[in-house]
Write a protein of this length. Structure first.
Length: 269
């Protein structure tokens, strides 16, 4: 199974964060265990995920599994819970008995909520016991509902978010830059985004490297690629590359290859 090209979401249930955390947490999710999705789950032996620079918690409620990160394969035991940044391609090898509870942050969200700079997570798999209280993880692992798990982790994140007294100036500027880029239909380059916010290109580069761990040009390219490819897969007939800042269809196709390493034509439905 390949993220975006194929619908990974059909084997998970999702919950949006509360309003206070909405700028920093993208979603909570958990594997669907009922028989209606058993065939799709059995159909895929792995899930390949493309770069997003989104810190993500994986709390294991089921079987052991393997993760490929930077050409290295890691064995994640059934009692092991991890944090991954997803700054590069990540492949999680699946089993039909998989049951994962996930918290996916927006870029910089880990720092905003838990005061942990995601730059230090680049190319690493972090034991989640170093991030979250042991008691909280054990509570989430109990045989409770998805909604109860969301409530438990969200209550903790809200509590910690309220304790982060130093709301990072750099993070606010980075979020404003991302918002400005998206509002322009992804038409602006880094210099134009900097001009809109009355800062220099040198400053915007420093802020992005400080908060996300990658220059704005690279991050904007990934963001555009993910949004455009998702739109293309969802409705190919009405997809217009120039709506996403591309010069033409060839520009879009080349960018998809650069972003995913795969051709759009390889995944024709």
């Amino acid at each position: 199974m390949v993220e975006i090209f194929q619908n990974i979401r059909k084997i998970y249930m999702f919950s949006k964060p509360c309003e206070e955390l909405a700028n920093h947490v993208e979603f909570y999710s958990q594997s669907i265990l009922n028989h209606s999705v058993q065939h799709p789950k059995n159909q895929f032996s792995s899930v390949k995920m493309f770069p997003s620079w989104t810190p993500t918690f994986y709390i294991n409620l089921g079987s052991p599994y393997y993760i490929d990160l930077k050409h290295t394969r890691y064995h994640v035991k059934d009692d092991k819970d991890v944090l991954i940044l997803r700054n590069g391609d990540v492949t999680r090898h699946k089993l039909p008995t998989d049951n994962i509870f996930t918290v996916k942050f927006n870029p910089g969200g880990l720092e905003a909520v838990l005061n942990i700079n995601q730059v230090f997570v680049i190319d690493k798999i972090i034991d989640l016991n170093h991030i979250l209280p042991w008691q909280l993880i054990q509570k989430i692992k109990q045989p409770i509902s998805f909604e109860e798990r969301v409530e438990s982790i969200q209550s903790y994140l809200l509590e910690m978010y309220g304790k982060v007294s130093n709301k990072d100036h750099y993070l606010k500027i980075v979020n404003h830059c991302i918002g400005e880029y998206q509002a322009s239909g992804m038409q602006l380059n880094t210099s134009k985004v900097a001009e809109k916010l009355f800062i220099t290109s040198k400053s915007i580069n420093r802020y992005f490297n400080r908060v996300i761990g990658v220059p704005p040009k690279n991050y904007f390219s990934i963001l555009r690629g993910r949004i455009a490819l998702t739109a293309f897969i969802n409705d190919r007939a009405s997809f217009v590359p120039t709506d996403y800042g591309y010069y033409d269809a060839n520009h879009f196709r080349k960018d998809v290859v650069n972003f995913t390493g795969q051709r759009v034509t390889k995944h024709q439905l």
